[in-house]
Ligand binder design. Structure first.
Ligand code: 4NP
Length: 154
């Protein structure tokens, strides 16, 4: 399974999703490929936001070595599933899709956890420590569901 996490800047939500998912997969001895990216180009090449690195570290998750990159059309071919953190990211990625095969790969991440509710992972960038911790807890829960939902032969 090849999984891509997408947010706006690739410095807060999607790198955390990548880090938590990789850790869970290692704990379960699953060898999926996981990556993350942003729809925007603001932070290309940068490490995750310090507040997100710290929040992750407080839960024994190391995301300090990740580097931001921007989504590209080639990602539709490299990944089986593309999970967006919010509806804006979802629309931005869908706009770049060229066929139904590509469109079907793109989903809202939290629908793995609460199907059909179209819930979003809130952007913590302009928030406080509490908002970063909230994002961690949401992702931690949703990514358990993702693994359960997709842990099939692929
Ligand atoms: P992310 O958060 O999409 O979760 O990485 C953001 C990071 C940066 C900005 C917005 C959201 N920004 O406007 O620079």
């Amino acid at each position: 399974m090849h999984i891509l996490m997408v947010c706006l800047g690739n410095i807060c939500r999607s790198p955390l999703a990548e880090g938590i998912l990789k850790k869970k997969l290692e704990e379960r001895s699953l060898s999926w490929v996981v990556d993350s990216c942003g729809t925007a180009n603001y932070h290309i090449g940068k490490a995750p936001d310090k507040r997100m690195i710290q929040t992750a570290a407080s839960y024994n998750t190391d995301i300090s070595q990740l580097k931001a990159r921007q989504f590209s059309k080639a990602d539709f071919e490299k990944f089986d599933l593309i999970f967006s953190m919010d509806k804006n990211n979802l629309e931005d990625v869908l706009r770049l899709a060229q066929n139904n095969d590509q469109r079907q790969k793109v989903r809202l991440l939290l629908n793995e956890w609460k199907p059909g509710l179209d819930l979003e992972v809130p952007d913590p960038y302009y928030g406080t420590t509490k908002d970063f911790i909230h994002v961690y807890k949401l992702l931690d829960e949703a990514l358990d569901s993702l693994i359960t939902n997709w842990n099939v032969e692929k």
